[in-house]
Design a protein around this ligand. Sequence first.
Ligand code: TEU
Ligand code: CA
Length: 558
Amino acid sequence: MNRQNKDWWKSAVVYQVYPRSFQDSNGDGIGDLKGVIRRLDYLRTLGVDIIWLSPVYTSPNDDNGYDISDYRGIMPEFGTMEDFDLLLQEIHNRDMKLVMDMVVNHTSDEHAWFQEAKSSKTSAFRDYYIWRKGKEGMPPNNWLSMFGGTAWEYDETTEEYYLHLFGKKQPDLNWENKKVRNEVYDIMKWWVNKGVDGFRMDVINFISKVPGLPEGIDGNGKPYYENGPRIHEYLHEMNGEVAENNCLVMIGEMPDVHTEDALLYTDPNRNELDMVFSFEHVEVGYGKYGKWSVRPWALTELKEILGKWQDELNEKGWNSLYWSNHDQPRAVSRFGDDREQYRVISAKMLAVCLHMMKGTPFIYQGEELGMTNTRFASIHDHRDIEILTEYKEYCKQGIIPEDEFMNAAYEHGRDNARVPVAWDDTANGGFTDGEPWIKVSGQYKTINARNNLEDPGSVFYFYKKLIELRHHEKIMVHGDFRMLCREDEDIFAYTRRLDKKIWLIVCNFTCKSKRFTVPLEHINEARLIIANYTDFKVQLPEIKLRPYETVVLEMHNN
Ligand code: TEU
Ligand code: CA
């Protein structure tokens, strides 16, 4: 894959590495860069094109690296800058690309800018952050942090509050300040000079706040900082400074982004971003207290959301496609069926459903192995700042009973994804020789990379096949998407069309047998592209589907 043509990332498959949980190389229980290097051949075998590396910069790790204290340094736990340079070189040697995770809505409170900023009201760096006076002993407004509690922290020295939309060790940068923006672009250019191929911009639709920071309804400040007034201006500016002449891929992570905004963000003529991560589909099943309540959801809800994103970004703009990442539960547990009899088959069905849609697919580490959610026995086993803070907010106050909260953390919590990748059936799944920083999966003896690699029918080889297909079949990249049988509560079906070619994709999302009648006229022949049951026989016009069966057919009318 080369970056010569502007749209190189459209035919790519991205693999996300969360380094802390990928591979430990020195027995301290923490994944590291040398560990990533050790596993590059594995990723090459899988066939992915781009590696997105979660943050590896210097950080006190309050939010596992999403709190950066030095943008030009490597977190000592992960290794050195030499290790990074080698990693980048080894990735490029294998004809893969590297996307860095850039967190610039906020820094760590241990960043030199913030240390300076809080030293005095007259500091040259004061205006790098968002400071306000309190209101009669209360915070400046009622906004709540994404991790629970007020979004303001009082600073004794200067007797003002600073804004932190996430943890209190993650002060928000003031993007209105041109100096801040220039610093960010300089940092990005510094990494581009090293040879990185793109950026995943963390919560990038939060950077422009409505002036005056108005009170929110029930503490909800989101309407005043999500997709804010100057967001397009900033992104356009960033693109011009950093991306445009370098053929980078620019991916924006955007909670609460809607298709209308996404069209603007990803319109190639506007030079802002190439694609965005939206959240609507990973919020199905959220209840009264958001992710801390579990609500049964219907397939039609999921289809409605994904179908809308496909429809609206079909002509202009571009979708990113994902079931999971380091903030989400495991795909097979959430959208498939992780009971042993269905785990593999449903993991493959989900892979087809996602990879056949129009957009760039993202695989989260372990997803290609069919890794599942992990039930933690006690809150003390959890490591995620979000779970730990919200536990205090909701359980200690008696709003959500402890067992309900723990169940919600199991269904929706971020630690599921942060459980180390299981490589084999040796101690700790081969992740570390030491004590892992977070518990390993109880299932590592059966669900691991070695077992997958030894079994031609594994989830791993199925993903490999899908990735290969994408590299050869233009229709998978550019074909038009059309949803079929929108109302069907069990089957997710759609077509892709390019020139005269038609692909039909059918996915049974249930553990029951189903029948699906091909709703296409004049079709009398079909060629099998891929299926998750090896003995699938083409029958038209009615397809009999077994539990979680999926099939992709190329349709012909002779
Ligand atoms: O996440 C942004 C975000 O809003 C959520 O997905 C968040 O993970 C949380 O679950 C909201 O309930 C990004 C990063 O991906 C995440 O890991 C960081 O914690 C966060 O930004 C702050 O940098
Ligand atoms: Ca280590």
